[in-house]
Design a binder for this molecule. Structure first.
Ligand SMILES: NC(=O)C1=CN([C@@H]2O[C@H](COP(=O)(O)OP(=O)(O)OC[C@H]3O[C@@H](n4cnc5c(N)ncnc54)[C@H](O)[C@@H]3O)[C@@H](O)[C@H]2O)C=CC1
Ligand SMILES: CC(=O)C(=O)O
Ligand SMILES: [Mg+2]
Length: 373
């Protein structure tokens, strides 16, 4: 199969879909690889490394999109890329459709097959292609929170670590999955007093076994949420209902409970965010203030630490990508994890929570059935 990897064009997005090791694996499996000139530069990967691994370098994104039957990317296609997508093309990347109606319409109209990293789901319920970037964003979240908590950034001026004689910060993590665990781990390591809220009791049990004594996993309900918001210096949004729009757990009036100058890092922003007041921001303009609470809502957090993120993402995506490349979309037949990743195929929506997010149930077709369209 002809596989293409264009340069990412999102604001300060320095990741790239393929590492040289991934190129080598696809080439060894008999595929032809096309990488856009300079695509790896943001991650410290040169064109020469891709060529040594067996890829052909193409000068423009247009050529890559035109040549490839399968595109391997990181971020969702942006408006400038919609017209480059071609009918029947398999696009393997993050899409986060539930927060992106225009993108959904473009993918339906262009007739592409969208295989979304974020909904590939293993039998144990894990999301193996979301996990690596959730690990990065989760570990970043308390660090971003700590930065904006300083007075020059408009924050409360509490040093998260505390000092002898003065208490550390309180950090509230809402959602104790991959982002939540990683955020809580870093926050605990900083010495903060950490609360993690989740509704999954077995997850809470697990966290209570493995987390240190300054981390308190608690059941998430209206009461624990309000108590947590009242005390928090940093709040981290880490809730996910796979494929669906994030539940709006934090209402505008909740902000008045919070300490002035507190920081809210809404990692779940790529699925729409967990607060009524959240909207996506960029690395070049990451924060805004509502009711004295600093909101950090960057939808591509891992792009900032691109080298780590690119290598980690590619380590996970390549095994599934090789299966897709071997048989095209037919690789999804009978393969539950890949079927879970199928979001759009031949003008139909094949992920129910995505259809439900926009009242487009009429366009929904079961993914296995869609393969026979
Ligand atoms: N902004 C960015 O750059 C990035 C954003 N993300 C996003 O972060 C979000 C979280 O991802 P993961 O941690 O990997 O998901 P996950 O599925 O591992 O964890 C989500 C957790 O939320 C819990 N949850 C569900 N409803 C809840 C409620 N009402 N209250 C409390 N907890 C609840 C679940 O039980 C689960 O443990 C996703 O939207 C993901 O796309 C991930 C990476 C980068
Ligand atoms: C998961 C995601 O949205 C990201 O890594 O940017
Ligand atoms: Mg994102």
């Amino acid at each position: 199969m002809k596989i293409g990897c264009p340069r990412e064009i999102k604001n300060h997005e320095y990741r790239v879909g393929l590492t040289p090791a991934a190129v080598r694996a696809y080439v060894a499996a008999g595929h032809e690889l096309f990488v856009e000139e300079g695509a790896g530069a943001g991650s410290g990967i040169t064109d020469e490394e891709y060529v040594a691994a067996g890829a052909t370098i193409l000068a423009t994104a247009d050529e890559v999109w035109h040549e490839a039957e399968m595109i391997v990317k990181v971020k969702e296609p942006l408006a400038a890329e919609y017209s480059q997508m071609k009918e029947g093309q398999l696009v393997y990347t993050y899409f986060h459709f539930a927060a992106a109606e225009a993108l959904l319409q473009a993918c339906l109209e262009r007739g592409i097959t969208a295989l979304a990293y974020e909904t590939v789901k293993e039998a144990d319920g894990s999301l193996p292609l979301l996990k690596p970037m959730s690990e990065v964003a989760g570990r970043m979240a308390p660090l971003m929170g700590a930065f904006y908590l300083s007075r020059p950034q408009g924050g409360r001026g509490t040093l998260p670590t505390g000092v002898p004689g003065v208490a550390p910060a309180n950090i509230l993590v809402i959602g104790g999955g991959v982002v939540g665990y990683n955020a809580a781990r870093v926050a605990s390591g900083l010495g903060a007093r950490v609360m993690v809220l989740d509704v999954n009791q077995s997850r809470l049990e697990y966290l209570s076994h493995i987390m240190p004594a300054n981390c308190f996993p608690l059941y998430s309900d209206a009461h624990s949420l309000e108590e947590g918001l009242r005390d928090a210096d940093i709040v981290i949004g880490a809730v996910l209902i796979p494929g669906a729009k994030a539940p709006r757990l934090i209402r505008r009036d909740h902000l008045s409970l919070m300490r002035p100058g507190a920081v809210f890092v809404d990692v779940a922003i790529d699925q729409g965010g967990i607060a009524e007041t959240s909207h996506p921001t960029t690395h070049s303009d990451p924060v805004f203030v509502v009711d004295n609470v600093i909101h950090y809502c960057v939808a591509n957090m891992p792009g900032a630490y691109a080298r780590t993120s690119t290598y980690s993402l590619s380590n996970y995506t390549t095994a599934y990508g090789l299966k897709l490349a071997a048989r095209g979309v037919e690789a999804c037949r009978g393969n539950a994890p890949l079927l879970g990743g199928l979001n759009v195929h031949r003008g139909k929506i094949t992920c129910l929570p995505v259809a439900q997010a926009f009242g487009l149930e009429a366009l929904y077709v079961d993914p296995e059935e869609a393969l026979s369209l």
